[in-house]
Design a protein around this ligand. Structure first.
Ligand code: SF4
Length: 194
């Protein structure tokens, strides 16, 4: 826990890239520091930048609903982080340069939290964690091996808000995550829906 807190302190004071100049908050992430599931999004947006917490806007509310349907909570089962920890102006996609500078923080979080399952939320998380040739539309719902862990790419909640038809596939993907969680972590994990 000491290492985790000192990492948090370092990240909260980071000025390694230009995004430090326009951010209001560095979004370290949130959840259980010993979670078996680490959720990786793209970058903080406007609401997150204002509040200093990850996934608190409309996308975050939808993510919380999906997690609840799986029987997962932020407090107990997951830790939520992003590829970059400061908001890119105008919510643009982080550049490869920004991701390259910031991602060592995420990799340290993965090392310290030591989750069994990674959930990659959307194209940007997939691209930066797995490689630029990967496509979310082709690979969502299929387990990958990343950082010696199982990783499940799924559509980003923002994509589900834009196109509700994607929700059906996404729910099938999250069901696979619940089954895997029961297999690897807790066979008695309860979900009212899976
Ligand atoms: S985006 Fe990452 S590397 Fe850039 S200032 Fe924020 S924490 Fe540091």
């Amino acid at each position: 826990m000491e290492l985790f807190n000192s990492l948090k302190n370092e990240i909260l004071h980071c000025t390694k890239c230009e995004l430090a100049k326009t951010r209001k908050h560095v979004i370290f992430g949130e959840g259980n520091a010993n979670a078996d599931i680490l959720i990786i999004g793209e970058a903080p947006g406007r609401d997150e930048d204002i509040q200093g917490r990850p996934f608190v806007g409309a996308s975050g509310k939808l993510l919380d609903k999906i997690l609840a349907a799986c029987g997962f909570t932020r407090k107990e089962h997951v830790f939520i982080s992003n590829i970059v920890k400061c908001r890119p102006p105008g919510n643009r996609i982080p550049t490869p340069f920004e991701a390259g500078i910031c991602m060592p923080w995420l990799l340290k979080q993965i090392e310290l939290i030591d989750p069994k399952i990674l959930i990659l939320l959307g194209a940007t998380a997939l691209k930066y964690m797995a490689g630029p040739e990967h496509r979310i539309t082709l690979e969502r719902g299929n387990w990958l091996n990343i950082q010696n862990r199982l990783a499940m790419p799924v559509y980003h909640p923002a994509a589900l808000l834009r196109d509700p038809l994607l929700k059906r596939d996404t729910w099938e993907d999250f069901k696979k995550i619940v089954f895997k969680y029961r297999e690897l972590v807790n066979p008695d994990h309860y979900s009212a829906h899976v």
